[in-house]
Design a protein around this ligand. Structure first.
Ligand SMILES: NC(=O)c1ccc[n+]([C@@H]2O[C@H](COP(=O)([O-])OP(=O)(O)OC[C@H]3O[C@@H](n4cnc5c(N)ncnc54)[C@H](OP(=O)(O)O)[C@@H]3O)[C@@H](O)[C@H]2O)c1
Length: 241
């Protein structure tokens, strides 16, 4: 694996806290040049300090994924400053369904909740993929990991936090489409579920640590040329869509 990823550059969105922070920290430990996408200059400063305190060589970059219209320009600027992005982890997401959190009903879902969730969890990752994938294909190497959730599985679709569920089902579809666009190249696009993880989103009762939650994303971000593409994984094993 070390040969495959030497000198690669990775971008992890939403990397100032939670699973994204942990993915960025672990990728940096593999000698990958890691760019940690954060929403603002202030968050870039505090994230920079947090990574430094852990001895992780991670460079924060300002990237608000909800600002889809500006993403091509912002990403172009990031690539000019830091070089081409070889590995993309679309991690940033919001879960704002309410009232009732995980049990929020479809009948309480507002257009505003749906629109904001869609902008961050779907339009953002779609714009980032549309911007970065052509370069990866042209350079002949790329790894894209979309942080999804079992909440987005159509095969197990249920009620509760509907805007979030719909956004993750759409992210899974985006994964399949992007993987098909990159078929027969060494550009791999996969989705993963981290499990239920102790973060601000998962809450303190969640069963998994951020380290465990990052595991499958790290595996997919560093796949060798004979690794899978167009799949959905948890714990490094395929799960139904
Ligand atoms: N935790 C779980 O149990 C669980 C389960 C299944 C799937 N997931 C998925 O795993 C991923 C990470 O979740 P998490 O638990 O680490 O969530 P989290 O603790 O809520 O962290 C979310 C991260 O996304 C960032 N973010 C949100 N909107 C953004 C935007 N517009 N631009 C840039 N960054 C933005 C946040 O930044 P700010 O600090 O600026 O808000 C934060 O860094 C998500 O895709 C989530 O859906 C999590």
């Amino acid at each position: 694996m070390a040969e495959v990823i030497a000198d690669k550059t990775a971008l992890v969105t939403g990397a100032n806290r939670g699973i994204g922070f942990e993915i960025a920290r672990q990728l940096a430990g593999l000698n990958i040049n890691v760019l940690a996408g954060v929403r603002s200059e202030a968050k870039a400063l505090s994230a920079g300090t947090a990574f430094e305190e852990l001895g992780a060589d991670v460079c924060p970059v300002v990237l608000d994924v909800a600002d889809a219209a500006r993403l091509p320009e912002v990403l172009g600027d990031i690539e000019r400053r830091h070089g081409p992005i070889d590995i993309l982890v679309n991690n940033a997401a919001i879960l704002i369904d309410g009232p009732g959190g995980f049990s929020a009903s479809l009948f309480d879902m507002t257009d505003d909740t749906f629109r904001r969730t869609w902008e961050t969890n779907v339009l953002g990752p779609a714009a980032i993929i549309r911007t970065l994938l052509p370069g990866m294909i042209a350079r002949g190497y790329g790894r894209v990991v979309n942080m999804s959730s079992l909440a987005g599985q159509l095969s197990g679709m249920s009620s509760g936090f509907p805007a979030y569920r719909i956004s993750k089902a759409a992210l899974n579809a985006l994964t399949r489409i992007a993987a098909a666009e990159a078929a027969r190249t060494d550009v791999k696009v996969n989705a993963c579920s981290p499990g239920w993880v102790r973060t601000d989103m998962g809450g303190p009762e969640a069963s998994r640590s951020p380290q465990k939650g990052a595991e499958t994303a790290i595996w997919l971000a560093t796949l060798p040329a004979n690794g899978p593409t167009g799949g959905f994984f948890q714990d490094k094993a395929s799960v139904p869509w």
